[in-house]
Design a protein around this ligand. Sequence first.
Ligand code: GDP
Ligand code: MG
Length: 376
Amino acid sequence: KPPIIVRDFAAALGLKPFKLISELNQQGGFASMNSTIEEAVAVAVAEKHNFILEIKHRGEPAEKKAAAQEEVDPEEEEKRNLQPRPPVVCILGHVDHGKTSLLDRIRSANVVSGEAGGITQHIGAYQVERSGRKITFLDTPGHAAFTKMRARGAHVTDVAVLVVAADDGFMPQTDEALKHAQEAGVALIVAINKIDVKGANIDQVKTQMQQRNIAAEDWGGETITVPVSALKGEGVDTLLEMILLQADMLELQANPKAEASGLIVESEIDFGRGPMATVIVQRGTLKVGDALVCGTHFARVRAMFDDQGRNIKEAPPSTPVRVIGWSGTPDSGATFRAVKNAREAENLAEEEQLRLRQVATRAAAAPKEVSVDQLF
Ligand code: GDP
Ligand code: MG
């Protein structure tokens, strides 16, 4: 039967070793980190700390299994901390069908007038509020960013709004965007745009939807479909409502108490402020002072700005925020996460650089080996 060692036993009970040692010594012993503990003593100590000690007597390596009564199961803890989070939405569609106009319309309808520092900044994503609830929009030109992020396996969007011009119908890029959205498994909403234009034909677009197995709700299908005019603003409110409805159905949640992690939307070097990156927080709450690592780059968050250029200290899940304090410019679609401190972030980034260099060296060396093989 393997002995019960102070160091291990303290860890199993979640006690600081010195605390356990002092408890044991109070009972007249001379325990140290590596001392063994009598079984009876161990059972008594465990009991005192609300644990039941099970000792296996079968000669197999005995696990000092402290069946916890108060021990926190990390999974349970995670579940308990889940909170609803805003949906992250991207707008896809054929060129000139009105993606940019729609994003501009939604953004401008929500700018709080007269607010200090209320100058809208194009940071690659923005957030609007409707009925006290937030919606995050990816605001990157075309669906290039979406495709790039997806190529990296990044899942940032929850809902894709597919814009189809009512006077033009489905076009090659509409189908391509639809395919991307379906492959990414995101919820789909179709916005039939330009309903103000002469020659707009909503029914024709709905027929095309039916042909693609994404029939509109009012045509017996399941796809939420909203006729809009990005130019005149008609239907845009309904679209936002439908996005929130879709978000409710998806029951989007995240743990704001966790260490922050999320995705890079875009990055650039600002002349005055150095490298900065727009990120979307996916889990946890990003705070000024946090140490981040993202591939070969790291950051100590010096300052954060929202889409209206306001200085913010904390960014909960689904918030797009511009982060200053990076060592370089991380790629869009890359994942970042907060770590213990700046030193660890820097070390991890360096390890990644080293790893990539080794991969590169090996790749460079590989052809030589092949040519040697070929000699035989
Ligand atoms: P994008 O290429 O998908 O980003 O399309 P844009 O937003 O740049 O729009 C292309 C053109 O269509 C522009 O000239 C817009 O003014 C126009 N447009 C966009 N939405 C509407 C709309 O709802 N009605 C009308 N009449 N024109 C629109
Ligand atoms: Mg555009």
